[in-house]
Write a protein that binds this ligand. Structure first.
Ligand SMILES: [Zn+2]
Length: 267
């Protein structure tokens, strides 16, 4: 299983793309969120990820920085389906209300040849708390992250060789959802900024955490590998070095602060 970070920034980041990523194996690509626009298409093109190899997409929640790239994915894949250049179906995993939002935006902004594929070749699969799905041959359990801002889901994935990966969307794990990440192999967790810079970026106002907070939590849960994403983009040249310097004071596992396009082997 390969993890490719397509974007690592928060909603307003412009010096890196909004947070989204793919998980992939010989069965294809599983796209998680798509950032806020059609730059997703450029990134996938440059990463040589073919749209026709993406059959599973998960949308964590309805905020612009996660959702609007999805509209472009539907537009492009739907057009490929219409023209006969896409084999099989596209599955979009999201919660019920989010499905309505996506359908509405698509119906208002995309030509009918695409939206007519809905429920024919493009399927919305509604996810519910702790409901499991099989994606890329892996068991995936979605869970409600219990956001107070907007309904949002994360997921717990087990690969066929037994590795576990947890994505908790763009908000911190809460006490009730910590169980999913306990002693997991890989945790993808947001860190809006460094604790040192909290007065400037005000992460807590937006229900986000800092590098220190995420690292303390991962240490407490015995997480083996921690990837921090959904960050501010003020100083991209030093982000990795500064975040790692703060985080390693509180976390003894393997800590990663990837640039956009960094790739990880999930084992
Ligand atoms: Zn976000």
């Amino acid at each position: 299983m390969k993890l490719t970070m397509l974007g690592t920034g928060n909603a307003t980041a412009i010096h890196c793309y909004n947070t989204c990523f793919t998980l992939s194996n010989e069965k294809g690509y599983f796209l998680v969120d798509a950032g806020g626009g059609n730059q997703i298409l450029k990134i996938l093109d440059e990463e040589k990820i073919e749209l026709s190899d993406i059959h599973d997409i998960f949308v964590t929640h309805g905020h612009t920085d996660h959702l609007l790239g999805i509209i472009w994915m539907i537009r492009m894949i739907g057009t490929k389906i219409y023209r006969g250049f896409y084999e099989g179906d596209l599955r979009i995993f999201c919660h019920k209300e989010l499905e309505e939002i996506i359908r509405n935006i698509c119906n208002l902004t995309i030509w009918g040849n695409v939206t007519r594929q809905f429920d024919q070749r493009i399927h919305f699969i509604n996810i519910e708390d702790e409901k499991e799905q099989k994606i890329l041959g892996c068991q995936v359990k979605f869970f409600d992250i219990q956001s107070t801002k907007m309904k949002q889901f994360g997921f717990f994935m087990t690969t066929p060789d037994g590795s576990s990966l947890v994505c908790c969307g763009d908000e911190p794990l809460r006490e009730d959802t910590e169980k999913f990440a306990r002693e997991c192999d890989w945790l993808l967790h947001e860190a809006f900024c460094m604790y040192e810079d909290r007065e400037y970026f005000k992460p807590y106002e937006k229900h986000h955490s800092t590098v220190k907070d995420a690292c303390e939590m991962a240490e407490h849960l015995g997480v083996k590998n921690l990837i921090l994403y959904h960050t501010e983009d003020k100083n991209m040249a030093e982000r990795k070095e500064r975040y790692l310097a703060e985080g390693t004071q509180f976390y003894s596992g393997n800590l990663f602060v990837p640039y956009d396009r960094e790739v990880f082997e999930i084992v």
